[in-house]
Design a protein around this ligand. Structure first.
Ligand code: NDP
Length: 477
């Protein structure tokens, strides 16, 4: 059965369909999904536009009930949805279920936020005049999401968009339509009026582009590559619309001489290789001071030998496959580039064979890397990390900040002085002390600086900045 697109409250098959393939076993077809056309995208935008006046004035209890019901169903079905996610994306079952729980928590959080929308009342600078400051929805929000967090990223964009009274046109990555279809189905059954949330699965170059080209989308929130992010930005400037971009990272993880070695290695392995290194918050630059360097590299090698790379759904798997062939080629190309540049491949990097045909890669660790090499400057987005040796903390901080990106930054140290200094001086949106650079809470701001992000933060109460517009009203008493 082909899973359809949702346009104006109707499930629409369209003229084409595509297959969702399991990266752990390419013989396994997860499902077939309708491929929307540019015409479908325009119909979805028109539906969202028509639904906006009523939805933007809907009562907060209606929105609260729908988001709450959605959270409850996602959490009740976490094992089944987590399995679907792991089957289509390749992260381990524990990671898939964990991400699904996070999506449920996000809907729960924004169900609460519907009831807490507040403004301000101030005296005017002029006598006998009152000033009210309120937040209103922006209008039709376009949501474009990547493949690496198939349920959490859609959740952290759709939940606040609906909470604050916007209508939505949602385009998930074509590689992972299953999780997105499932949450749209849940939201639809939870009672959303027709046209409020529209799903258009399909190609970015067709469906995504039709969204970028439409004057009727008032805000676009995007997560994905820097290249596509720039297209979103240019088109948004053209249409004078609000936009928010979450793009890549080249996140540093600093290890100082005084670090607890076990804590440092655990955080580095998690940062670099869990979720197959396919997290924008993953760390691919391990910046290590010389007093601990050799012990750290030896301990990393030992730890990496024990990593179980296998089918995402198999019990005991710690690292699933790479998401698809093209990403696998990107990863192995960068491994070849690292060697050509003169870094030493100290561990891993080989393609692996398992019981089923899939995109299996042994996590790779380079040593003797410099921060000038391409493997240290460009986002690889796979289980590939480099160790960069530095003299001391000052050099470590300089190297950590010497990157076009600024999403997440981590340090392993037992020194309060260095931890405090690093938190203040790391040029990143998120800083981690003795913790992996990836793995964040659902109720606090998420986002970065420099080429990693543009616009206001996602998640938590800070999401209101993007999904609302502020009105200042003056009244003569
Ligand atoms: P993309 O930026 O191409 O994809 C992200 C989303 O944008 C997808 O839904 C995609 O659709 C859509 N899209 C593609 N082209 C357009 C367009 N012209 N107009 C509007 N939307 C469009 O990233 P990829 O999935 O190709 O991944 C490539 C690289 O990007 C990765 O190797 C990694 O380096 C980086 N990346 C970073 C992520 C992050 O979280 N920071 C997440 C994912 C990738 P579709 O895929 O369906 O065609």
């Amino acid at each position: 059965m082909v899973q359809k697109n949702l346009i104006d409250g109707e499930w629409i098959a369209g003229s084409e369909a595509f297959r969702n393939i399991n990266p752990s076993d390419t013989n396994d077809v997860v499902g077939e999904y309708a491929r929307a056309s540019a015409e479908d995208a325009r119909a979805a935008i028109a539906a969202a536009k028509a639904a906006f006046p009523a939805w933007s004035r809907s009562g907060i209890l209606e929105r609260h009930a729908i988001l709450r019901k959605t959270a409850d169903e996602i959490l009740a079905r976490k094992d089944e949805l987590g399995k679907l996610l792991s089957r289509e994306e390749g992260k381990t079952l524990a990671e898939g279920i964990g991400e699904t729980v996070r999506a449920g928590q996000i809907f729960d959080f924004f169900a609460g936020e519907c009831l807490r929308l507040a403004g301000e009342v101030l005296p005017s600078a002029r006598p006998n005049i009152g000033v009210e400051i309120t937040r209103e929805p922006v209008g039709v929000v376009g949501i474009i999401t990547p493949w690496n967090f198939p349920i959490a990223i859609p959740a952290w964009k759709i939940a606040p968009a609906l909470c604050y009274g916007n209508t939505v046109v949602f385009k998930p990555a074509e590689l992972v339509p299953g999780s997105s279809w499932a949450i749209v189905d849940i939201l639809n059954r939870a009672g959303l009026p027709k046209g409020v949330l529209n799903l258009v699965m399909g190609k970015g170059s067709v469906v995504g582009q039709a969204m970028l080209d439409s004057p009727d989308i008032h805000a676009i929130t995007f997560t994905g590559s820097t290249g596509t992010g720039k297209r979103v930005a240019l088109a948004s400037v053209e249409h004078n619309r609000k936009y928010q971009l979450e793009m890549g990272g080249k996140n540093p993880f600093v290890v100082l001489d005084d670090a607890d070695l076990a804590v440092a290695v655990e955080a580095a392995v998690n940062s670099a290789f869990f979720s197959t290194g396919q997290r924008c918050t993953a760390s691919s630059r391990l910046i290590v001071t010389e007093g601990i360097h050799d012990r750290f590299v030896a301990a990393m090698g030992e730890r990496m030998k024990g990593l179980v790379v296998d089918d995402a759904l198999k019990a005991g798997t710690q690292i699933g496959p790479v998401v698809d062939e093209s990403q696998l080629n990107q990863d192995t190309d960068y491994i070849a580039i690292g060697r050509q540049e003169g870094a030493k491949l100290a561990f891993g990097g080989e393609l692996l064979k398992r019981d089923t045909p899939g995109f299996y890669l042994q996590p790779a660790l380079f040593t003797e890397a410099t921060n000038a090499m391409r493997i240290s400057r460009e986002e690889i987005f796979g289980p590939v990390a480099s160790v960069i040796r530095v003299k001391d903390y000052d050099e470590a901080l300089t190297v950590a900040n010497d990157t076009p990106f600024g999403l997440s930054s981590g340090i392993a140290t037992t020194s309060l002085k260095y931890a405090t200094h690093f938190k203040r001086n790391a040029e990143a949106g998120m800083v981690m002390v003795n913790l992996p650079t990836a793995g964040v809470d659902f109720h606090v701001p998420f986002g970065g600086r420099k080429s990693s992000s543009h616009g206001s933060r996602e998640q938590g109460r800070y999401a209101a900045e993007f999904y609302t517009t502020v009105k200042t009203a003056y009244t003569l008493a």
